[in-house]
Each structure stands twice: as C-alpha cells, then as structure tokens.
Design a protein around this ligand. Structure first.
Ligand code: 5GP
Ligand code: ZN
Length: 160
C-alpha cells in the first residue's frame, strides 16, 4: 500500500518488490530484512507491509504483531551473529532520530566493545527529585484516562 502522503517511501518500494532486499522473515502482515547499513552484521528491521509512519500511527494489534515477530527473530539473530546482547529499538519521529518514515523495529546485535551506544542515562541529563518525578507521573496518569480524541498526538507531557 502506498504511503498516506505523496512522499516516496523506500520501505514501501522494498515491500512492493521494487528494491533489492535481503529478507529473513515474512508473513501476510510483516516483513523483516537486513539493514543496508548495519550497526553490526545481522542488524534486522521488522516492518509492517502497510505503510504507517510512526509508533503513534500504528493500530495496537499491528504493533503487537511486529513485536511478536521481533521476539521470534531475536534468538535466531543472536545465535547467527553470536551476539552478546541485543538492542531492540524504535525511533519514532524526526526528533527521535527516525530517518525512514515507515515504522520499523530495529534488532541490533551487540558485542562488548563494538563502539555503538545508546547512552542512558544521558550524560547531559540531571537526576530529578521525587516531587518532579511524581508530578510528571501524575500528569501522565491524568492524560491516559482522558478520552482518546482529547489527547494531543505529540509533545504535551514533556511541556513543563
Ligand atoms: P531509522 O533512523 O529510521 O530508525 O532507521 C532507518 C534504518 O533504515 C537505518 O538503519 C538505515 O540503514 C536503514 N535503511 C535505509 N534505507 C534502507 C534501504 O533502502 N534498505 C535497507 N535494507 N535498509 C535501509
Ligand atoms: Zn512505506
């Protein structure tokens, strides 16, 4: 299915057979293939056949299916690559580093000393006190219980 917008989508091309790809899993809903520029060899992308841009756009049952596929593939990727660990990563939205706006889950096999890092806690961040943490949690709880149509799609919770 083509993207919702008129923007060209590399992953839709791949799914429609218009681009070279190394597929390692497929079913009627999802495809998994090798990342063209892997962090480490064995880096896999799990992708829905239907075009959805980001996490917030996904129907929940599709999100669950993609994670089920990721869970099935993870032991195989780990075994094949002899990885010591695995980053299961979703970059959702430009601000979060998403480059390809067709939702995907990264399976990134890791070895000690491979040089890749998702540094958490972020070195530039500060510890928050309990009042700040509780206040943020309370705002999220309130928001979660609001009707879906009243919930803003981006940014609201982070605004202090
Ligand atoms: P993002 O930053 O959107 O989470 O990650 C996009 C990923 O897609 C990157 O790791 C990048 O290497 C990979 N990628 C981009 N274009 C292609 C492509 O044409 N084929 C494949 N297999 N992977 C791609
Ligand atoms: Zn697409």
């Amino acid at each position: 299915m083509p993207p919702a917008t008129n923007h060209h989508c590399t992953f839709c091309d791949i799914i429609n057979g218009a681009g070279e790809v190394s597929v390692c899993y497929e079913d009627s809903i999802a495809l998994a293939f090798m990342d063209i520029q892997p962090v480490n060899s064995g880096h896999v992308l799990v992708v829905p056949r239907r075009h959805f841009e980001s996490f917030e756009d996904l129907p929940p049952e599709l999100a669950l299916h993609l994670f089920e596929v990721a869970m099935r593939l993870e032991p195989a990727v780990r075994a094949v690559t002899r990885a010591q660990g695995m980053n299961i990563v979703v970059n959702s939205g430009r601000a979060a580093g998403q480059d390809v706006f067709h939702y995907h889950v990264h399976l990134i096999p890791r070895k000690v000393g491979d040089g890749f890092d998702i540094p958490l806690p972020f070195p530039g961040s500060e510890m928050q006190n309990r009042m700040q943490l509780d206040a943020c949690a309370a705002r999220i709880i309130t928001r979660v219980h609001q009707p879906a149509r009243a919930t803003a799609r981006t940014g609201d919770v982070a605004a202090d």
